[in-house]
Design a protein around this ligand. Structure first.
Ligand SMILES: [Zn+2]
Length: 181
């Protein structure tokens, strides 16, 4: 079971936080039985750094794990910048969505988004982002009432991503119990 620590918007910030205040990742109480204090339970690693910009690669990235002595369950806590179910950081998908929202083609987006995401992956992300619009927008509206007057997928997401990064919107959805990709 994965939880997300909001406000950690980059891998560099994640490494800094792990070094300076690893306690910020510890859930206040067990998310399973809802009352016991959880213990640190080591780390596992992920490889979400798939940018292609000639910058040093930050993989492997440690993700903290916690254990509840009461119900004997474990949970891990992701920084906001890492999606629960993807190899790529949210910032990669955001760059791609911004190009597509601006009306660029899949081919142009594939060539110029600055990541190694394949054309098929880009298409799949875009299709699922479109097909989830109803549920995503319904859940996000209470957080961004000003978006209520905008109708349609393109206007909604263009305005939403001008207010907050994609990772923050997805973090809010995750907290609402919506399955985010
Ligand atoms: Zn528990």
């Amino acid at each position: 079971m994965a939880f997300i620590l909001p406000g950690i918007l980059s891998l560099i910030q994640h490494f800094e936080t792990l070094r300076k205040s690893p306690e910020s990742y510890r859930p206040k109480s067990c998310p399973g039985c809802c009352h016991a204090s959880v213990w640190c339970h080591g780390c596992y690693t992920r490889k979400p750094d798939r940018k292609d910009l000639g910058e040093p690669c930050l993989n492997p990235v440690p993700i903290m794990r916690f254990f509840c002595p009461e119900c004997r369950s474990t949970c891990s806590v992701l920084p906001e910048c890492i999606p629960p179910r993807s190899w790529y950081l949210w910032e990669v998908r955001q760059a791609i969505f911004l190009l597509l929202l601006a009306g660029e083609s899949i081919s142009f987006t594939f060539a110029f988004n600055g990541s190694r995401a394949s054309r098929t992956t880009i298409k799949r992300w875009w299709q699922s982002f479109n097909s989830c619009f109803q549920i995503f927008s319904l859940q996000l509206l209470p957080h961004f009432p000003c978006l209520g007057r905008l109708s349609g997928f393109t206007k909604f997401w263009t305005a939403c991503l001008a207010l907050r990064p994609l990772s923050s919107a997805m973090c809010l959805l995750h907290e609402e119990g919506v399955l985010v990709p």
